[in-house]
Design a binder for this molecule. Structure first.
Ligand code: IMP
Length: 205
């Protein structure tokens, strides 16, 4: 791992170009690592793998090769039971290539309604994240985290991003992710848990 100098926090380039996720990763990792933002001139990774792990590893490899530093990438999907796991790996572009978060949420609520998934128990969903840390020499480690919950019928809350206004985690005291203070979301979230798993993997190396 590229850890700069003795005693210094190891350097990690965050491969994601999504500012919302970078903010979360910095909050979650900033104590342990010197987190460096993805350089503006880094090539955009085409997320064409059919698994979260495949996409996370691909993104991290490309940034590690480009920067010569260790790189961290994550890929997340929302897997909705009543929709056979959709939007899943395609969560970012569920409502189309240039879909906004709001477009995706509208499509999700519409599909659930069309599927007749009205009762809470028919609206089960899981957020899953895979985080990959790849070193310039090609070695690396991954971690996976998930959280179970339901998709609520109407948006609630202004925090977070993506599907947060309609995802109510089972462990969230009835709040959607968007209704939680950031720290509460981080404690519970799929991404936070994936990072814990990654840390454990790093310690085993
Ligand atoms: P990505 O491929 O990891 O960027 O995630 C795909 C999509 O999932 C994003 O565009 C968001 O819409 C959604 N997403 C990822 N993480 C979260 C989260 O923590 N809360 C809500 N939505 C998320």
């Amino acid at each position: 791992m590229a850890d700069g100098s003795s005693g210094a926090r190891p350097k990690l380039v965050v491969a994601s170009a999504n500012p919302d996720k970078v903010k979360e990763l910095v909050a979650l990792l900033g104590q342990r690592y010197e987190v460096i933002a993805r350089p503006d001139d880094a090539p955009e990774t085409i997320e064409d793998q059919d698994s979260l792990e495949g996409n996370a590893i691909k993104k991290a490899i490309e940034i590690a090769e480009f920067t010569g530093c260790s790189a961290l990438a994550d890929d997340t999907g929302l897997f909705v039971e009543a929709l056979d796991g959709r939007p899943g790996v395609y969560s970012a572009r569920y409502a189309g290539e240039d879909a906004s978060y709001d477009d995706n949420v509208t499509k999700l609520l519409g599909e659930l309604e069309a599927a007749g998934a009205v009762d809470v128990e028919d609206r089960r969903a899981e957020f899953r994240t895979v985080v990959a840390l790849i070193n310039p020499d090609g070695t690396g480690v991954t971690g996976e985290g998930s959280i179970q919950g339901t998709i609520v019928a109407e948006r609630r809350g202004d925090g977070g991003f993506g599907y947060d206004p309609v995802f109510q985690p089972d462990e969230g005291e009835g709040r959607t992710f968007a209704q939680m203070p950031t720290d509460d979301k981080h404690e519970l979230s799929h991404r936070g848990r994936a990072l814990v798993a990654l840390e454990q993997g790093l310690q085993r190396l």
